[in-house]
Structures are given as C-alpha cells and as structure tokens.
Design a protein around this ligand. Structure first.
Ligand SMILES: Nc1nc2c(ncn2[C@@H]2O[C@H](COP(=O)(O)OP(=O)(O)OP(=O)(O)O)[C@@H](O)[C@H]2O)c(=O)[nH]1
Length: 463
C-alpha cells in the first residue's frame, strides 16, 4: 500500500497551473453502510481496512494534479443526511482545511447533492465525492475521441442525476406535489433540458465513432488471431505486463488509469502462434454503474476476447478485495468469472514479496488448483512470464490446428490469402518454385481453406 503514498501527481503537466492544495477524508461509520462495506456481502475477509481505503483514496487523488496536504479517516456513528458527517466533525475538518489552506476536499464516500452543497458551504472549499474524483481522473486520461466522448457523457449523466435529485429534494421541502412553476424550478428545468440536449448530441457523436470502430473490429474478426484481454484493478501492472509480453512501449507509469482507451498489439507466442493482446481500462472499487455502462463499448474488446487475463497486484494487502471488485464489474459485463478456461488469474509483482509472503501466496495458489491455476509473475523482472506465454499458447492452440500447405507457382496469388487467414509458422521457398508453408488455422478458416483449395489448382494440403 505504501506504493500509493509514494505517488506524486503526475498527470499531463499543465505549467500554468499550480497544483491545488487538497485534503482527502475517508468517512468510516460504526453503523456500516453499503458504500462503506464495499466488499461483497458475506465476504468479510476481503473487506478493506480503513487504512487501505485511505491509502487508495490518496492514490486516486494524486492521480490528478493535486497536492495532498492533509488526509484522515473520519469516524462517525452513522451518516448524517445534512452533511454526511456530524457537526462536530465538520468543525474539526473546517479548522484543518483553514490551517492547511486547502482548496479542494475529497470525501471518499458518495455524497448527495445536498450533502455536497452543505459541506462546501461549511468548509468554504470545493468538495468532490468519490464518483466526482473518478470522473475527473477519467477526463484527464482519455486519449481517443471515443474515450473523451464517453467520459464527457458519463460526466453529464452524473450531473443530470444530481440535478434531478436536488430538484425533487426541493419539491419535498416545498411541500411536494401541487407546487408548479416558480423561478427555482424553471431554472432547474431549463438546465435539465440543456443537459438533455447536450447528452443527445454526444450520444449521436459517440454512435458515429463507435460505428467506425465496429467496422475496424469486424475487419479484425476476420483475421485468425485470437485476442487476449488484460483486465485488472487500477495499478495492478497491466500495462507493464502488456509491454513485457508484447515488447510494446505503452505508457506504464505510476499513474492511475494510465490506460483508459484499449490498446491492441500483435505478438508471437513461443511456438509461433500470433495473438493480439488488448490492454484495457483499470478498474476501481465503487466504479459507478453509469461509468461502467459508459465504458461498456470499450470493454467489448474484453467480452470478445478468446482469453481474459485478470492481472492482480498480489503485493497489495488489498489484493483480495480488489480482485472481488474486478470480478463484480466483469460479471456486470456478463463475463462468467468462474470459467477458468476463459479467465486466467495472473498474480503480479511477486518481486515485491519477501520469502514468507511468497510462501503464503504460493500456498494460496495451490489451494486454487481445482478452479484452474493462477500464474505468479513479475512484469518488471520477467519472472514467470515465459510460463504464462506457454500456457496462453496451449489454451489458444485448442482453437487452432496445424496444416501444411504446398503452393505451386501457378497458385502464388493464394499466398497472401493464407497470410491473411492463418498464422504462418514456417515457410520454405523451394528451388522447384513450390512454396511450402506450415500454418495454424482456426476451425472457421479451415473450412474456407478447403473451399479455396477446391476452386484453385496448384494447392496441396496435408490436413
Ligand atoms: N515491483 C513491481 N512493480 C510493478 C510490477 N508491475 C507493475 N509495476 C509497477 O506498478 C505501477 C503500475 O503499473 P501499470 O502497468 O501502469 O498498471 P496498470 O494496471 O496498467 O494501471 P492502470 O492504467 O491504472 O489500470 C508502475 O509503477 C509499475 O512500474 C511488478 O511486477 N513489480
């Protein structure tokens, strides 16, 4: 967890902007709330410690240009409707905020619009809740047009939710139904309409971008390369592993959500199988449902993957809770996380474990044996990655068969087809003009190859 604390704000540098002095507070209530529980019901063992929650919140805050000058776990009996925290606590925070000249307060808990407004008034600073913070981070990280549009849309939907809620809240205060008109309401109505229009415009634009991407995807689908998707909690080491496995140079920094847009890269496995690796957005606990929905399209890469690698940071004391969060989001996306054939766990950062911890992790892994194994790796040192690649190849090979193809000179035009529809693992250009190829091919492409062979003379195939 120290890892989070070491992080400085390393977002895209804006030289004109001095980092905002910020404070991070994690409310913890004796009377547990759903948001506070954060784990899966019944999974007490994986419930985050308060310290881990604080460390993560600081890490998230540091992911944007903030200078964290104060942080604390704030305990209370139960959430208060007015300002989430009781008035005594708010007073304490106010003093801290003033003493440290804090310009932004992050509350790692969902806030109702009323709570947010009241806290802003009391503390005399801007206040962000967890969703607001995650949206800020996403906004800064999105690179592609689609990514940017998705974030903007999620932001607007978030705002819309807050407008609607505060509006109904006003209604209730005024005595509820029957009250029509009035300046406040008209203004909110107008704001809502404007938001609605903007949302519609964005949705249309996004649709267009997606259609273009869909076309690319369909083109790719015709290719025979299996797709392996890397998923995992933010900072688990997906991009580092992606680089290690593909030799790519994707930004892998101590930067949360460095990968917001999916990145695809082709690589060749030890025995010559070509595959595409896809690096995807990092997950985080309490990812608001509408945000997951917004990224659904991006995550379609994951849904269509032949194999999903769930990358976990096993050096993080919170690794169990993080894994559970990732599984929950995957399940939301209709991925069967119990399917060990399809989802493989990769336990990363083992170089950070001492002897005892290694033992413990190995034992935990051994106990998994029945449900499919996990790979112990270090994306940084490369330990375990060869075995991982070999395992991937074995799993993928089930989908591919090897075929030998001899192409006579009169059928040379057929060779590019073969490169497009199969993975060529060996090629001999014989002196007799015959090109002898060894290829790996999907069942689908096999049927096509059979048809092409019947229509073209000069092709000999040993199935
Ligand atoms: N010691 C050690 N550090 C690692 C390892 N893998 C990744 N890291 C570090 O962990 C940090 C996060 O790595 P990334 O690869 O950016 O993580 P990610 O999962 O892609 O992060 P998001 O983009 O936030 O989803 C970086 O500082 C990496 O250098 C590992 O095997 N060992």
């Amino acid at each position: 967890m120290a890892e989070f604390r070491e992080k400085g704000p390393r977002g895209p540098v804006d030289h004109q902007k001095v980092p905002t002095r910020a404070a991070v507070f994690v409310p913890v209530f004796k009377q547990r709330t759903e948001a506070d529980g954060r784990g899966t019901p019944g999974l007490e063992a994986v419930r985050r410690s308060d310290e881990a929650r604080l460390a993560e919140a600081i890490g998230l805050a540091a992911a944007i240009d903030l200078d964290i000058v104060a942080s604390a776990i704030v305990t209370g009996q139960k959430p208060q409707p007015a300002a989430l925290l009781g008035s005594g606590k708010v007073e304490e925070l106010k003093a801290l905020v003033a003493a440290e000249q804090v310009g932004l307060v992050i509350i790692d808990h969902p806030l109702t619009p009323v709570q947010q407004r009241n806290l802003e008034k009391e503390l005399e600073t801007k206040v962000l809740d967890r969703t607001g913070l995650i949206l800020e981070i996403f906004g800064r990280r999105a690179r592609t047009k689609e990514g940017r549009l998705q974030v903007e849309l999620a932001h607007l939907n978030y705002q819309r939710g807050r407008l609607v809620r505060s509006w109904t809240h006003l209604e209730r205060q005024r005595g509820g139904a029957g009250f029509m008109g009035g300046p406040g309401e008209t203004q909110i109505e107008a704001d809502r309409r404007q938001l609605q229009e903007k949302i519609k415009r964005l949705e249309k634009e996004l649709d267009q971008v997606r259609r273009t991407r869909q076309l690319h995807r369909e083109k790719r689908r015709k290719r025979p390369h299996p797709i392996i998707a890397l998923v995992g909690y933010t900072n688990a080491g997906k991009s580092t592993l992606f680089n290690r496995l593909t030799g790519a140079d994707v930004m892998a920094k101590d930067l949360l959500f460095a990968t917001l847009d999916p990145t695809l890269r082709k690589t060749v496995l030890p025995h010559g199988t070509e595959i595409l690796f896809s690096d995807t957005v990092g997950f985080v606990s309490d990812l608001p449902t509408h945000l997951v929905a917004a990224f659904r399209a991006t995550l379609e890469e994951v849904l269509e993957a032949d194999l999903i690698l769930h990358v976990r940071d096993v050096s993080d004391p919170d690794t169990l809770a993080q894994a559970e969060d990732v599984r929950r989001i995957l399940r939301d996306l209709d991925v069967d996380t119990e399917d060990a054939e399809h989802v493989v766990e990769v336990w990363n950062k083992i170089d950070r474990l001492d002897e005892d911890e290694r033992h413990r992790v190995s034992a935990a892994r051994a106990s998994l044996a029945e449900q499919g194994s996990a790979h112990l790796v270090s994306a940084v040192t490369g330990e375990g990655t060869d075995a991982l690649l070999t395992d991937i190849e074995q799993r993928i090979a089930g989908h591919l068969t090897g075929v030998s193809v001899d192409v006579a000179p009169e059928a040379m035009n057929f060779i590019p087809w073969l490169y497009d529809n199969a993975t060529v693992t060996k090629r001999d250009d014989g002196e007799d003009g015959v090109v002898r190829l060894r290829v790996k091919i999907t069942t689908q492409a096999r049927a096509k190859l059979h048809r092409v062979q019947q229509e073209t003379s000069g092709i000999t195939i040993a199935w």
